[in-house]
Design a protein around this ligand. Structure first.
Ligand code: SF4
Length: 252
């Protein structure tokens, strides 16, 4: 799981942070992750980090490299917006996950409920029906589910989507994100796109080493595949959104 969206202020903060040589040395990774508790807001939304750490040691992610297997918990800051984005990596694996979700869900701002997003997504390996229910009752929206590894995980991804559906999320509330331009091939990611169509969920490409935008540097994929996957991702999401292909204008 990696950020598919980075707060502009957070990007600045990352650049200002000092990282040791060791933390920068993970193979192929050039972009540092920010560390420590985080709490920024603008007029509409608030961005927070309240935990760190992940045991998975994914080759394309620096989180576990820095934090090992022991999670770090920070106090939940004062919630001051009704729209809060949580940038923690792999909150779901942490033993206090449900406790944290419930505490967040109990917050009110101007006597109104607060809506949350887990920006870095959900790891299906730690998902349970209890956690899916806790996400729903505490108003977590735009559920992002990470499918970074192989297509042989299809059954486990499907089962995680089923738990989310049972908790009350529709397919259109869920987005599966997948790492691209990495060692999972373009063809395998096309199979994932096919399955996500069958499941009726949105997709989001997550570009290796936190790259984004039009200037993605080819690393494990060729430029044509990067361009084509971007196009197919857009098309997939249009079709999930509208239930038709809106670009086929001449067909009734
Ligand atoms: S599961 Fe997510 S947070 Fe953990 S190491 Fe892998 S990509 Fe990073």
């Amino acid at each position: 799981m990696q950020n598919d969206k980075t707060h502009p202020q957070m990007e600045q903060d990352m650049n200002q942070q000092i990282f040791s040589e060791d933390l920068q040395s993970k193979a192929s990774l050039t972009k540092p992750y920010s560390k420590g508790p985080y709490n920024k807001s603008n007029d509409q939304e608030q961005w927070i980090r309240i935990t760190e750490g992940c045991p998975n040691q994914c080759e394309y992610c620096r989180e576990s490299f820095e934090n090992g297997i022991k999670p770090i918990y920070y106090p939940i800051p004062n919630i001051i917006r009704n729209d809060v984005k949580i940038i923690d990596m792999n909150l779901m694996y942490k033993s206090k996950a449900i406790e944290i979700l419930d505490e967040l869900g109990s917050k009110r701002v101007n006597k109104k409920v607060v809506y949350y997003e887990l920006v870095c997504g959900i790891d299906y390996r730690y998902m349970t029906q209890e956690k899916a229910d806790a996400l729903k009752r505490n108003r977590f929206k735009k559920i992002r589910l990470a499918w970074d590894h192989n297509i042989i995980e299809q059954r486990r991804i499907k089962s995680c989507i089923k738990m989310l559906n049972k908790a009350g999320y529709r397919g259109r509330d869920i987005m599966v994100f997948m790492i691209c331009n990495w060692k999972i091939s373009y063809q395998d990611n096309l199979f994932k796109l096919d399955l996500c169509k069958v499941w009726g969920v949105f997709v989001c490409a997550c570009w290796f080493d936190n790259q984004a935008g039009r200037k993605i540097k080819p690393i494990h994929w060729i430029p044509e595949h990067i361009k084509e996957f971007n196009r197919k991702e857009r098309k997939h999401n249009q079709m999930i959104n509208f239930g038709i292909d809106p670009q086929l204008k001449n067909c009734t």
